[in-house]
Design a protein around this ligand. Structure first.
Ligand code: KIV
Length: 288
């Protein structure tokens, strides 16, 4: 992996917070070191999202993701990224029962990964936890609207803010996170008027996912943007079709191995200066 020799200053929570109402904050998820290295020059913030349970580990949702998984992937992303702020998601069950539980787990994440902040899904009861963490030196990004960790309540992922009561609750959640000191607020799966209302109501920059251009920044799951799945939500724009590219590469490789066109002499060690020779194949003719 290539590394720049000069030291690059990494963006931190105050840099992201200062972007409120300014240049849009560019965020993507990342789960591995090589991907983080590719994304780093283009992004202000990389989120080690618990979406990794679905896109990397093949889980049906994010509920089964563990703190250990988040720490492992957080360490990998920190090795790949130099300039972007790195935020690690707190997985389901690691922060909800008490502020003390949240601090014990969040401090582990910061110590063991070197990331700059954690993210929590901020339902109505979570604001005191955000304040508890921020007061103790843990920068927090909160997440309102569609809360993927609550998927079992609705039975599926669905856009939020369909009733006046739900809209009010989401705005209240965002305001409470803001007052508690969250440096940024992810807003997921809401319509433009609600995203706009939230963005105007809070001091922290809002980072939208399926939440219109009204937000102060945008985030997507990187695998969605790269076209690694057949199905992508309405709000995703696919910038590449890597699923086809990878499938075609694997097919060409398989054909070359089966027809013995791979490996060729150029891809074969000839130690001691000798010429690489094809082994004899029992019952067959050597090709090439
Ligand atoms: O887990 C995740 O990737 C997220 C983003 C979708 C914001 O929370």
């Amino acid at each position: 992996m290539s590394r720049h020799s000069e030291t690059v200053r990494r963006l931190a929570a105050p840099d992201i917070r200062a972007r409120k109402g300014g240049d849009p904050v560019v965020c993507l998820t990342a789960y591995t070191a090589p991907m983080a290295e590719i994304l780093d020059p283009h992004c202000d913030l990389l989120l080690v999202g618990d979406s990794l349970g679905m896109v990397v580990h093949g889980m049906p949702n994010t509920v089964g993701v563990t703190l250990e998984m988040m720490i492992l992937h957080g360490q990998a992303v920190m090795r790949g990224a130099q300039r972007a702020m790195v935020v690690v998601d707190m997985p389901f069950g690691s922060y909800e029962s008490s502020p003390e539980q949240a601090f014990a787990n969040a401090s582990r994440v910061l110590k063991e990964t070197g990331a700059q902040a954690v993210k929590v899904e901020a339902g109505p009861t979570v604001a005191p936890t955000v304040a508890f963490l921020v007061e103790r030196g843990v920068p927090v990004m909160s997440h309102v609207g569609l809360l993927p960790q609550a998927v079992n309540i609705d039975g599926k992922f669905k856009a939020k803010g369909r009733t006046p009561e739900e809209r009010k609750r989401i705005i209240d959640d965002a305001r409470a996170s803001d007052r508690a000191g969250a440096f940024a607020i992810v807003v997921e799966g809401v319509d433009e008027s609600l995203a706009n209302e939230i963005t105007l109501a809070v001091k922290a920059p809002t980072i939208g996912i399926g939440a219109s251009p009204a937000c102060d920044g945008q985030i997507l799951v990187v695998d969605d943007l790269l076209g690694l799945f057949d199905w992508t939500p309405k709000f995703v724009r696919r910038y590449a079709d890597l699923k086809s590219v990878i499938g075609e590469a694997a097919q060409s490789y398989a054909q070359d191995v089966r027809s013995r066109r791979f490996p060729a002499a150029a891809e074969t060690y000839a130690l001691g200066g000798g010429k690489a020779r094809r082994p004899r194949i029992a019952g067959g003719e050597n090709q090439g």
